[in-house]
Design a protein around this ligand. Structure first.
Ligand code: FES
Length: 584
């Protein structure tokens, strides 16, 4: 049904927008940018910071445009002296208890508060509180909180609750004492936090940042006794460019590989290659369960945030989880076994670094059940996309000037199936490509499964495979996973195979991805643009099914044996177990 249209004037210019549009959105459509701070579209629309106020003719007070809906005949003014004075005053009050160490702040050039202060020409704060001291909470493996930089906008708490239905952070105390934290001010490490980092990418200031893994990686690079190997995750190649001012969705794989070589890594391999092994193992496991009996639905295990959520909130579904390690962990396991043997290097001398779209990967690399039989942890350090960008900048590289480089081939050749892992539905499609081909033959099996593509919260599809109808489901964002799991528990939903990703839209929108300000996050479809770049790369690949990869063939033939076989199991699988559930 067509929406009713509303006519109004913004700064005396006639504007027509659908009913229900906010003044902020209407102004945007007319080319007027209204500053905002607490606003994050569909996630945090609480009108609390008052930076976005406007004058509305006939209204007694200034109105918060981010939550104020348009009405017929409304006349709005976005830039009057009264509006400017109010916004400036609100900003000064927010800054009055902010620890202004911008020069050394982790957020530095990406701080929305600092940008606003510059826009408003604030060069001194009349109400400054000199007593603000760091309030560091760094108990979790992935995240650091410093509440002396928090502006109480609630964007982090809203992301935690609405995207993830986890809700482990919220306001504590009252009045001037109000601060964001876990219930009873417990450490984050003693909460049900799944480490996804969605709070971090929602935060407009330096109050939240990832645990910095750069120093330990640099130390390894400078250690002559270490053989340092790195591999980036599928989605990193379509997001890293944003850290260097490139358009959203730019694929910078070649420049990224050049940068990694120039940073001094001994080998630059590709986590995409490991993703192909994930499909070989997961596809085999699914077929085994389908044909010979086993826990269905089978649920993917690539996302450590999802795994932790399952272990804490839905332990009854642990038998349904694929026993496959995530691509990150398979990558490390293959480097410290197959590659170590072929290269004649003691696995204990190899230091493996991953570049991930995800802060939960920092938690995953420390999980004890990932330890290999040779005593090594598969991955030694996990960097986010942002950390890699910082390393490149610190090394003085002009990223956009870099030539295209190539991955080292031994574990650096991959397929289109692995490339699409970075988007929600990508793991499912990659698995279906191989499963269908195994059942129907490469020539008869479909190659693309468009039903599981796109950023819809929950996607379902049914496929007729020889001898069996297969019902699949794909959901991203743990709030959506919860809907699916509750539906299965109540008997309303039934599937054979499910892909869950903790972050909404999948890894392209992970908590380790480049920071974008609220206005970009609210009005640019980051997830689709980034995912499209992955599907485009997939289309151009020489091989688009994991089992066609020459590396996959070689490694199984010369080292692992059969997919799902004993050695593959020992290296590429693990066991998930119920985790402590903290009461909030
Ligand atoms: Fe509108 Fe904060 S009140 S952005």
């Amino acid at each position: 049904m067509e929406p009713n249209m509303v006519n109004l004037k913004i700064n005396d210019i006639p504007v027509t927008v659908p009913e229900g549009t906010t003044v902020l959105e209407a102004a945007r459509s007319a080319g007027f940018k209204i500053p905002s701070l607490c606003f994050l579209k569909d996630i945090n629309e609480i009108g609390s910071c008052r930076i976005c106020v406007v004058e509305v003719k006939g209204a007694r007070s200034l109105m918060a445009s981010c939550v104020y809906p348009v009405s017929e005949g409304m006349e709005v003014y976005t830039n009057t002296p009264k509006v400017r004075h109010s916004r400036q005053l609100s900003l000064e009050l927010i800054l009055s208890n902010h620890r202004m160490d911008c020069l050394t702040c982790a957020r530095n050039a990406h701080c929305e508060l600092r940008d606003l202060a510059a826009d408003f020409n604030i060069d001194a704060v009349r109400y400054a509180n000199d007593l603000m001291v760091p309030q560091i909470e760094s108990s979790a493996l992935h995240l650091v909180r410093d509440n002396s930089k928090c502006i109480l906008c609630r964007r982090c708490t809203a992301a935690c609750r609405k995207y993830q239905s986890v809700g482990v952070i919220g306001p504590n105390d009252r009045g001037f004492m109000t601060h964001i934290g876990c219930a009873f001010d417990r450490d984050l490490a003693e909460s049900d936090c799944v480490s996804c980092g969605q709070c971090l990418v929602a935060c407009p200031t330096g109050a939240l940042s990832e645990q910095d893994s750069i120093p330990e990686v640099m130390e390894a690079l400078h250690d002559p006794n270490k053989h340092v190997v790195i591999g980036p995750a599928p989605s990193v190649r379509v997001t890293l460019g944003e850290c260097f001012g490139m358009p959203v969705g730019a694929n910078v794989e070649g420049k990224m590989v050049s940068a990694l070589h120039r940073l001094g890594f001994d080998k630059v391999f590709d986590v995409d290659t490991a993703a192909d092994f994930t499909i070989m193992e997961e596809g085999t496991e699914f077929l085994e369960r389908l044909q010979n009996g086993g826990a269905l639905p089978m649920i993917t295990s690539c996302s450590p945030g999802w795994i932790r959520f399952c272990e804490q909130h839905y332990p009854e579904f642990i038998p349904s989880l694929s026993s496959c390690k995530s691509p990150q962990q398979m990558f490390g396991a293959l480097v410290k076994s197959y590659y170590a043997e072929k290269a004649g290097i003691d696995p204990k001398d190899i230091y493996v670094v991953s570049v991930m779209p995800c802060t939960a990967k920092k938690y995953e690399v420390k999980r004890e059940e990932q330890r290999m039989a040779n005593g090594c942890m598969p991955v030694d350090a996990s960097l986010t996309t942002r950390e890699l960008a910082r390393m490149i900048t610190q090394a003085g590289m002009m990223f956009d000037h870099l030539p295209d480089g190539e991955f080292d081939p031994m574990l650096g050749i991959s397929t289109g199936a692995s490339v699409i892992f970075g988007a929600t539905g990508g793991v499912m499609e990659a698995a279906l490509r191989t499963v269908a081909a195994k059942l129907m033959g490469d020539d008869n099996a479909p190659l693309e499964f468009h039903e599981v593509r796109g950023i819809k919260d929950i996607k379902e599809a049914t496929y007729e495979l020889p001898g069996r109808t297969v019902r699949v489901c794909v959901a991203s964002g743990l709030a959506n996973a919860k809907i699916v799991l509750d539906g299965i528990k109540s008997g309303e939903l039934s599937y054979d195979f499910i892909e869950f990703m903790a972050c909404p839209g999948g890894c392209v929108n992970g908590g380790g991805q480049p920071l974008q300000p609220s206005m970009v996050r609210s009005f640019t479809d980051l997830r689709t643009l980034r995912a499209q770049a992955l599907y485009k790369q997939d289309e151009g690949m020489a091989h688009r099914r994991s089992h066609e990869s020459p590396v996959v063939k070689e490694v199984y033939e010369s080292y692992l044996g059969e997919p799902g076989g004993h050695k593959a199991h020992e290296l590429l699988h693990c066991t998930y177990v119920p985790q402590t559930r903290y009461r909030t």
